[in-house]
Write a protein that binds this ligand. Structure first.
Ligand SMILES: *Cc1c(COP(=O)(O)O)cnc(C)c1O
Length: 230
């Protein structure tokens, strides 16, 4: 068994434990294998082991990898900061985009998606910690962005994403996950199709069990799967 397959088995066991504590079924949680800086050989090993969704932070890196791995049946999710001038390539390379955080970017993604005759599933990234160093719409502006994104026909808004501060104390991270869920609930009250707004992309290697307890439907795990990045 490869180290990645072993890590994956361990992570699946943790997902199952967290789901059982939360009274949820493990198939309500999708594992996004975060492959930034991971070489294509290791990514391929991960997919052979059973990873079905890959998360990448950089458009150019993902484009190169996607070409090298075009034979694999996997979904590619964009999870990094996206500049509007990269929207075109992002729409070409990705099945999902987790990091829509401003109206200008949403409009550009919409324009590019419509050109390609696509409707691309997206999430709004919320900066739950209001950190200057992080992307994401501030929590108090999230609803306004939701109202701007909803009518765009090239985008299919599915939910929210957060990258909270890195905190060793998981009970200190929990309020961030809870806040994201509350903002989604608020949006669902306004949405014409609330059941389409179902995704919470939250939780990484060290805190995904807490995120699952708070309702995560997508967890983004890199280090715990592939090992430490350089
Ligand atoms: C790198 C990254 C992850 C994965 O982090 P790990 O701690 O390695 O699991 C998840 N989400 C985002 C947005 C990232 O940039």
């Amino acid at each position: 068994m490869s180290d990645i397959a072993r890590n994956l088995a361990r992570i699946r066991a943790s997902i199952a434990r967290a789901c059982s504590r939360a009274g949820r079924s493990p198939d309500t949680v999708r594992l996004v294998g975060v492959t930034k800086t991971v070489d294509v050989g290791r990514v391929r090993e991960g997919v052979s082991a059973g990873i079905a969704v890959l998360g990448e932070n950089y458009v150019q890196e993902a484009r190169r990898k996607r070409e090298a791995l075009s034979d694999l049946k996997v979904e590619w999710h964009f999870i990094g900061h996206l500049q509007s001038n990269k929207a075109k390539v992002a729409v070409e390379c990705f099945d999902w985009i987790h990091t829509v955080d401003r109206e200008k970017l949403a409009r550009e993604l919409d324009r590019q998606a419509l050109k390609k005759g696509r409707r691309i599933p997206v999430l709004i990234q919320v900066n739950t910690g209001d950190e200057a160093s992080k992307s994401g719409v501030p929590p108090q502006k999230a609803l306004e962005l939701f109202r701007a994104v909803t009518p765009l026909e090239g985008l299919s808004l599915r939910g929210l994403m957060t990258l909270p501060p890195y905190l060793e104390d998981l009970e200190a991270v929990r309020p961030h996950f809870r806040l994201l869920r509350e903002i989604l609930d608020r949006m669902r009250q306004e949405a014409s199709e609330p059941e389409a707004l179902a995704e919470l992309s939250m939780g990484m290697s060290h805190d995904f069990e807490t995120a699952i307890e708070e309702g995560a439907t997508m967890i983004r795990v890199g280090t715990a799967l592939f090992g430490k990045r350089d």
